[in-house]
Design a protein around this ligand. Structure first.
Ligand SMILES: Cc1cc2nc3c(=O)[nH]c(=O)nc-3n(C[C@H](O)[C@H](O)[C@H](O)COP(=O)(O)OP(=O)(O)OC[C@H]3O[C@@H](n4cnc5c(N)ncnc54)[C@H](O)[C@@H]3O)c2cc1C
Length: 473
């Protein structure tokens, strides 16, 4: 019998499995696919290391994935460090720098503002925000405040609203009237501390690849298998049942399958009280997105990635998208992994990933969206379309088929009512069942952007297990 069974080998699952194996525990990691990585996996095709979905890594070698890999003795090799995020609004380029210590705090390069807007921003930062950072109550208030209302307090400058309304949602894929000010500030703070955004040389697979290596080195067992059920009896976990009916016993199960999927499908609602089920059913997921992975025959740009948007009120824009309409000019987020690390593409060629955030509604015309994305990509990177050798489109159906029924980026969105103290706990009401992944948190500690957050949850989950089970031997 194993001490712990981990269901799912995403960043959270593979991360906690490696950390627990290092603690000396007998761990079984079960993953439904023949590779680990989940939302952060990659595959190879014609010399390109293509993300299965799409990524930029907000803290690179200063982040939680790097920390876990170091803790299990397996360094991740990172590519070029980028010190900021390029932004593009209706033909104008800006850059949000992540700063260089106290001498150069984060700032918006390329932005020309009227004196009244500079004054408004100064009041927003120095009067409305900085004093709140001094107390926990102030932080809680900022967590609950949405980005749009926060900005509107002092300015209705259309360019500032476009920048905040199209670009910041790129961190968590939530419209800006539901994004949390506190969470956004913490993301910027974490990026500022790490002073880099980067990309693994091995591609996305390099992250869980390192975790799995460490896991096996410390005696962990990996098995490909889909869990049909987490077996619970008398309010206590007994183990798991695989799709083929095989039963595996363990006193502790850690699920990386998503908190809602775990409760609704793997354990079953009958094992929880009504209040908890209501709470879980009412958690709001993030939006999804449509991705185009394009292999380019020539390098057309040095830009590592960009958040872009039109010069249109972001509320109007996102509401139209929510209704299933395709705006004439769309908001596109793009990453070119081969500009962070050339090993991602064959020499002279380029890998480009285009992403359009979309709700999960049924009335979405994916083909028309793909055409619009390529049109928007061409405007930002002239020559894009004529250089495409081949492309793959990946939408919410792919996520639903391969990961979970919701088809979203994060099962618990970082809305202004679901962050910090309000993030769902990693400790379930069932004795012996924990959750791990970017959709759960612990004692306000799970903050950041998807992958970094999932890795943070693995670190916290390993601490919970150590406290619960005590030292080995
Ligand atoms: C399109 C897209 C773009 C993104 N862009 C970024 C980005 O730029 N930066 C960033 O930091 N984050 C990004 N994210 C988010 C980030 O990828 C996720 O937040 C993070 O990888 C989630 O990790 P996780 O540990 O929560 O689990 P997941 O990645 O969801 O992994 C869960 C694992 O569990 C397995 N599993 C599920 N059910 C079972 C079962 N019953 N039995 C066995 N195994 C099971 C799945 O196969 C999967 O491997 C993006 C996500 C998507 C989809």
């Amino acid at each position: 019998m194993h001490d712990v069974i981990v269901v799912g080998g995403g960043i959270g699952g593979a991360g906690v499995a490696a950390l627990l194996a290092k603690q000396g525990r007998k761990v079984l990691l079960l993953e439904q696919h023949d590779k680990v990585g989940g939302r952060c996996a990659s595959h190879e095709k014609e010399g390109f290391r293509i993300p299965d979905y799409g990524h930029a890594f907000t803290r690179g070698s200063g982040g939680n994935c790097a920390l876990i890999s170091r803790m299990v003795g397996e360094e991740i090799a990172w590519g070029r460090k980028v010190d900021g995020i390029p932004l593009w609004i209706s033909g104008q380029w800006f850059k949000l720098t992540v700063g260089e210590g106290l001498k150069r705090p984060p700032r918006l390069q390329g932005m020309k503002l009227q004196p009244k807007d500079i004054l408004a921003l100064a009041k927003l930062v120095f009067v409305d925000t900085l004093p709140k950072l001094l107390t926990k109550r102030g932080w809680d208030e900022l967590d609950r405040m949405d980005l749009r209302s926060w900005l509107l307090k002092r300015t209705d400058n259309a360019m500032l609203h476009a920048l905040v309304g199209y670009c910041f949602p790129g961190f968590y894929v939530v419209p800006y009237w539901e994004s949390s000010v506190g969470e956004t500030l913490r993301i910027l703070w974490l990026m500022w501390k790490a002073r880099e955004i980067s990309y693994p040389i091995e591609g996305c697979a390099g992250l869980t690849g390192a975790f799995l290596k460490g896991f096996k080195k410390y005696g962990g067992e990996f098995e490909q298998g889909k869990v049909r059920r987490i077996v619970v009896s008398g309010g206590k976990v007994q183990g798991v049942e695989l799709e083929d009916g095989k039963l595996l016993e363990a006193p502790l199960v850690i699920s990386n399958a998503g908190i809602r999927t775990t409760v609704q499908d793997l354990v079953g609602e009958e094992h929880f009280d009504k209040g908890y089920i209501n709470y879980i059913n009412n958690l709001k997921p993030s939006w999804s997105c449509l991705l185009i992975h394009a292999a380019l025959k020539e390098k057309i740009t040095d830009v590592p990635g960009v958040f872009s948007g039109p010069m249109e009120d972001p509320v109007e824009y996102w509401r139209r998208v929510e209704r299933g309409e395709i705006p004439d000019k769309i908001s596109l987020w793009a990453v070119s992994p081969s500009n962070w690390t050339p090993e991602i593409a064959p020499p002279g060629k380029q890998m480009m990933v285009l992403a359009a955030p979309l709700p999960t509604g049924e009335n979405i015309d994916w083909n028309k969206w793909a055409d619009k994305m390529l049109e928007a990509g061409e405007e930002i990177f002239p020559g894009l379309n004529e250089n495409i050798m081949w492309k793959e489109a990946v939408g919410k159906e792919h996520i639903q088929e391969n990961l979970d029924k919701e088809g979203v980026l994060v099962q618990t969105a970082q809305t202004n009512w679901q962050v910090g103290a309000n993030r769902p706990s990693m400790i379930s009401p069932i004795n012996g069942l924990l959750y791990v992944g970017s959709d759960v948190g612990n004692a306000e500690k799970n903050r950041g952007v998807g992958v970094d957050m999932a890795a943070e949850s693995a670190l916290r989950c390993a601490e919970i297990v150590a406290n619960k089970l005590g030292p080995v031997g």
